[in-house]
Design a protein around this ligand. Structure first.
Ligand SMILES: [Zn+2]
Ligand SMILES: [Zn+2]
Ligand SMILES: [Zn+2]
Ligand SMILES: [Zn+2]
Length: 384
């Protein structure tokens, strides 16, 4: 059985794929990308990470989270790609002996039509460009251009659909130029294959995670540890994924690009160690109210938020999350997770009158004089 699996793996993933011509390399490289399906992988990862905290939540809270996940999965299912194949449209010579292949990816996918409220199957033709360089006896990928996501590779302004006019005047988005302002009408965007911003958290000492939920204070520590554990687990899996990709990648792309990705990963790993040492999340407050408790946890940067941020100014921002705990039996379980209200920035004040209760000497039309934010009712906190 094992031998069969190995033979199969060798058949699908030859260690020496045909790269004797740009077209051959293109075939192997695009097949590899298709098979990778990173969106699906990332969705599964988020589910796995969410499950780590299941023991700390009430059944109701777990059910709400599972429902959210189910809805997202359905949304993914509703826009699923059904088939995809590449056709080379043009072969041209690039600078210094490089070969440029322009191709069209013919995609059939599901799409939800919101007006008719039904799922349709649509066909798309998406442009791609690959630049190849000869390295020894092989042709390897040096640059990859993907369809611009703002215009879906059409090159036309999304606001005016390429007509140049919207609401009977020159389109404000493209200033009447008709072309997509993100790609300048080029339809393509260069893919940065060695990009940073992974926000890794890498322990350089052995870590123990508390699972004690016997008191609000103990539960607060457990939730704090959980955010650390989630960030560490995320980092381990992301690094593993990139390393796995690199194994196949190095067969198809120029060595400098492989080196660049390896260097970037090493740099991110070092940054992750520093983040682990210096940017620990902390408990801000624990407040007990009968069979409820409120725990506020402060994290630096994007710890535990599991999304990429742009490098730079936001990197050391504080993020606050409030966990609402409920006593179930002899354990304190998380029943909700809240974030500072976006409307009042967590202050709880009415956004129309700034919390004075009045606008131009009259009772505020926004809050009817209550001074409270309409979104969070003055709490300053909201679920998501
Ligand atoms: Zn426009
Ligand atoms: Zn565009
Ligand atoms: Zn508010
Ligand atoms: Zn008001």
């Amino acid at each position: 059985m094992i031998r069969l699996a190995l033979a199969w793996a060798a058949l699908v993933c030859p260690q020496d794929p045909d790269r004797s011509a740009p077209e051959k390399t293109f075939e192997g490289f695009t097949a590899f990308w298709e098979e990778l399906s990173p969106e699906k992988w990332f969705f599964d990862l988020l589910g796995t990470l969410d499950d780590l905290g299941k023991f700390s939540r009430t059944d109701e809270f777990s059910a709400r989270r599972d429902k959210d996940r189910g809805e997202f999965l359905k949304w993914m299912e509703d826009s699923k790609m059904l088939s995809s194949r590449y056709e080379i449209a043009k072969r041209s010579e690039g600078k210094e002996g490089r070969i440029v292949l322009d191709s069209v990816q013919k995609v059939r996918r599901k799409k939800r039509d919101f007006e008719k409220n039904k799922i349709e199957e649509v066909d798309q033709e998406l442009p791609h460009r690959h630049v190849f360089r000869r390295v020894g006896e092989t042709w390897l990928v040096e640059e990859v251009y993907k369809p611009c996501s703002a215009c879906d590779g059409r090159g036309a302004c999304g606001t005016c659909k390429g007509t140049g006019t919207a609401h009977d005047r020159a389109c404000f988005a493209c200033e009447g130029k008709k072309s997509c302002k993100y790609c300048g009408g080029e339809k393509l965007k260069k893919e940065e294959l060695a990009k940073g911003g992974l926000e890794l958290v890498v322990p350089d000492t052995e870590t123990k995670y508390s699972t004690d939920l016997s008191s609000p204070k103990a539960a607060a520590q457990t939730l704090l540890d959980l955010s650390l554990r989630t960030a560490v687990e995320y980092s381990v899996r992301i690094r593993g994924f990139i390393e796995r990709i690199l194994k196949r990648f190095r067969l198809f792309v120029v060595p400098e690009l492989v080196k660049k990705i390896e260097d970037e990963l090493a740099r991110e790993t070092e940054a992750g160690k520093k983040r682990f040492r210096e940017d620990r999340p902390r408990i801000d407050s624990v407040e007990e109210k009968g069979d409820r408790a409120l725990v506020v946890i402060v994290t630096i940067g994007n710890w535990g938020r599991l999304i990429r941020s742009k490098e730079g100014e936001n990197d050391r921002q504080e993020h606050r999350a409030r966990h609402v705990l409920r006593k179930v039996g002899d354990r304190w379980l998380a029943d909700a997770e809240q974030y500072p209200c976006w409307n009042c920035k967590g202050k709880g004040d009415c956004s129309a009158c700034g919390g004075s209760g009045k606008t131009s000497d009259r009772e505020c039309w926004g809050c009817k004089g209550t001074k409270k934010c309409s979104q969070c009712k003055g709490e300053g906190w909201a679920d998501r």
